[in-house]
Design a protein around this ligand. Sequence first.
Ligand code: COA
Length: 260
Amino acid sequence: MEFENILVEREEPLAILTINRPSKLNALNKATIEELHQALKVLEKDNSIRVIIITGSGEKAFIAGADISEFASFSLSEGSQLAAKGQELLFDFVQNISKPVIAAINGFALGGGLELAMAADFRIASDNAKMGLPEVTLGVIPGYGGTQRLPQLVGKGRAMEMILTANMIDAETAKSYGLVNHVVPQQQLLHFTKEIALKIAKNSPSAIGKAIKAINANFKDGVNGFHEEIKAFGECFATEDFKEGTTAFLEKRKADFKGL
Ligand code: COA
């Protein structure tokens, strides 16, 4: 896959997606969002890939937000379209993809950058990372799910303070808020993230996909997460992975999951 704004590296069973506009601090323009959508669509269908890592190129930024130069002159309807299209193509897509997505936050994760990290299944930050939703300094609000996902992750009070003050928090504060799971030195960020990803990749892909769906059900309006869990739990019993996992345990060997 060749793209202009992102790099796609396959290190089976992992794929690393790198937003690659370092001169613009990896700001998310329309083309980058579309490329990420295309790449994720392909990786979701690729059986040799089990975990996807998203990071930013360079040492300064993960993503410094949506590309301000692209939307500065937008009208009301263009603004609504921007948020709707972005959420559909990227942010909801990342949240709902059946494969685990980990955000490796290597620097500034602001606005749409933090929103993309929050759409991932979990986040690991380098010690220089800074996170925030500064949209109100521009006269706009977070439009890629930030007003919804930030309170889910850090609680309403902290989300209110972060969004209303537009303050950035450092990596250790983000960890204390539960916004990131780990903080590591920048040089170790990808290695550390890959180690966790490889651990996940050893487990049953079909069970992992169902676990992601059941956990996300807790945050969907009008969906009973407990019912979703019961349904998904039952479905596991019809999978090859379940047969392989239980048989391997009883035969005292390591399971060789095929994701079927
Ligand atoms: N959209 C478009 N371009 C951006 C951008 C964004 N969100 N964030 C950074 N850039 C560009 C800058 O315009 C600059 O480009 P230039 O060299 O062509 O002028 C380049 O990236 C480097 O950024 P710069 O501001 O010079 O770096 P800095 O170290 O002084 O500051 C930040 C870093 C992250 C504090 C600052 O870039 C910033 O505040 N960015 C915007 C963050 C934001 O509001 N995001 C939410 C958008 S909804």
